[in-house]
Design a protein around this ligand. Sequence first.
Ligand SMILES: [Zn+2]
Length: 257
Amino acid sequence: MKEHTQYAESLALYALDALDNAGERAELETHLRSCGECQAELEALRGDTALLALSAVGPAPPARARQRLLDAISTAPPKPARTQRMIVGVLRPRWLSFVPVAAALLLAVFSIMLLQRNARLMNRLDEARAQLQKTKAIADLLNAPDAHHMTLVSMPEQPKPPQPQIKMIYQPQKGGLLLMANNMEPLPANKVYELWLLPANGSAPMPAGTFKPDTSGNAMMNHSMAAGMEAKAFAVTIEPEGGSQTPTMPIKMMTVG
Ligand SMILES: [Zn+2]
């Protein structure tokens, strides 16, 4: 059995997951289970390893941590007891020849760790940058003054004739009313369309003007109601020329919403 001071080199490599010799690893792990001092040293070395890995982005690499790891390999056990001295004597040639190799190995392991960490950070940075570019491209498109905004709807199998449509503006306070009609069905010569205001207070529909579409089905009407008449809806019926005082069913068109 080695004294635990002899495990220094194995511990340093073990802390870096670089102790490739299965026999040495098993021996060290067995020793670790029964030696608190080596466990503590392993934790310290692992902390140093993490510090070095973090130093890839940190302001200053912790030289102390690196040095401690190197020291863990190169330092001979302090004031060895008699039995320890014997073992050291036996190990010395191998120990000495091992030091530069171990140091080089440590540096190689550090370099790989730093490179991997850098690569991970660069990947994340690239992803963030790509995401940002995508977002910016969408924002640019939305805000572009020369972009065309379009709506696509499902295509009817049979093309429908253009539907009658009325757009109107009503201002209750002044009673002003403007109506624009498109695609209206043509009317017999003695008929007109009549607009009705359905009062918000629920009283009877009030005549709100008549109009007759031109040959293209378009009409425009400007009408004045009594001021202050709140409307809950408007409706359109077909009435005799000159208009009616009460609507003739059926209602042909009605405001929606
Ligand atoms: Zn130990």
